[in-house]
Write a protein that binds this ligand. Sequence first.
Ligand SMILES: [Zn+2]
Length: 174
Amino acid sequence: MEFHKEAAPSVAEACAVAIPVRLQSLVVRHGFGGLIHFPARPLVDCRLAEPLALWIGRVVAPVLAESFSSSLRTVRTGPGFECRNRNNETAGKMSAHAIGFALDISGFELANGKALSIGSTGEPVVQEALQTVRTAACGWFTTVLGPGSDAAHEDHLHVDIQPHGANGRYRICE
Ligand SMILES: [Zn+2]
């Protein structure tokens, strides 16, 4: 994973990224291999970067390569860090985005130009591939939300590493 160390964003006290890194690209050796770009250059905590690299490198890249005979080149994301409450509500719990523990993924682009958008309908092979990578994401992240979870996640996959429950091992995988 290629990233730049980043100065901690100066914002409200409740929002803080302990180990801030800005994702740039990822080299994968599975599937067709190659360099995968994160054009939005999301800012996340380094502890999120690791499972992200493993999930994309070991599952997303090979599954998409197998399904479409082309290599994964681009992961479309949101900004990662955002100082806000869950689902942008004015009250309630802070979002995992507010500490750099979450990333929203809106889609993937392949070397042959094909774009796969989260929440798109149509082509069964696309739906099947996106469902496969989504299900597998639950092995690396503590929260995985997407289309069908709730209205706030109809067009992207939200993955985060926020601990849930008393022992921190509970997962929200919807
Ligand atoms: Zn999110």
